[in-house]
Design a protein. Sequence first.
Length: 456
Amino acid sequence: MSLLVVGLSHRSAPVSVLERAALAPEARGKLLQDVVSAEPASEAAVLSTCNRIELYADVDKFHAGVADLSTLLARHSGAGLEELTPYLYVHYEDRAVHHLFSVACGLDSMVVGEGQILGQIKDALAVAQEQHTAGRLLNDLFQQALRVGKRAHSETGIDKAGQSLVTFGLEQLAGGPDVGSWARGKRALVIGAGSMSSLAATTLVRAGIGDLAVANRTVERAERLTQILTEPGGPGAANGLTARAVPMTAVEDELARADVVVSCTGATGLVLAGLVVAAALAEREAPLALLDLAMPRDIDAAIHRIEGAHLVDIESLADASADAPMAADVDKVRGIVSEEVAAFGAAQRAAHITPTVVALRTMAADVVAGEIARLDGRLPDLDDKQRAEITQTVRRVVDKLLHAPTVRVKQLASEPGGAGYADALRELFDLDPQTVAAVSRADIRGDRHDAARERA
């Protein structure tokens, strides 16, 4: 396993740098293709969220891999390599596995324990599979990370250590955990209709807002969201929610009526400028609460200085969450992560020797077949029953001779430092390297076929 991670997050870089480095959705596929085209990398996946950008790759050269991944990350993002370099972190092999598993459990999130990261990891794997840049290692890694994250949430109280970013942001606006009392009866404007905006709209509706406007570049997506929220059995059906979809051109008009604004779009520029918000406040007496969950930011940071506006954004959320209490369950999750990292490493090392074992057994089967054919030539009078009995006996002898060493070599290979046992087995039995490589390629094709079938 030569897994390499190069990235930056809210823990390593200021929000201003994360904003400039943000990857547009259409840039992710091109980045992955460029990574696997580079000499050191054979697989690649990118995890891009509002507060982290991480590039995962299977590389055959560490230093060249770090250089290439850093350069490509800068080339496809909005920040130069010189600007990114001081904030980049690098993890390799088991440390890289430990990092992703910690991320999946919410230990590395801005709000500890939040579960939304699991969906983002799932999306990262799906994009890599669609681009055909995820092979055996990254498929195994990301699927295991999803299982580890789910295990952490089911076996511990990590959810209690923090809330989702949406809930935490609304609590900052409300001045405490009682978001329901603060939101009840208010009018809300949600800008964007993606996963984060949809979560924000649903959370506000469940908190009791009375009126909701959803603005989106594609109005049809906003209409689908409002329909889901207000249909029978939906979260807004019981409290008589009034919800409507509006075009982005109507945002300024909606600002004059809204009490709460939540924005999370994929725009590369500002969606709400300071002057627009100031103009809306001039037409009203009530204050305006704004929550910006986008990266790069949707809402002008200058609004922090406008009287009557209360803006909570990613930067202020980072400051607030730094002092959030840590639950005792965090230690349990760390234990789960350590246990799962060890198990993943053992499984990968064992899988590394499997093609060699298969090649050895294939060679033994060929030897048996050759000897039986030679026996047919020497003893042509054997009947079918005799020939079958002799064949079965020879196969049993070979299987018994190979059983103990192949089982033992898999056990030894799964331990740290066990990678050399595959080389020793190939050398001792003079196995053809091309045969071993052919087995590996067949396994990888099978993995990709299985992944494609799961997506279908």
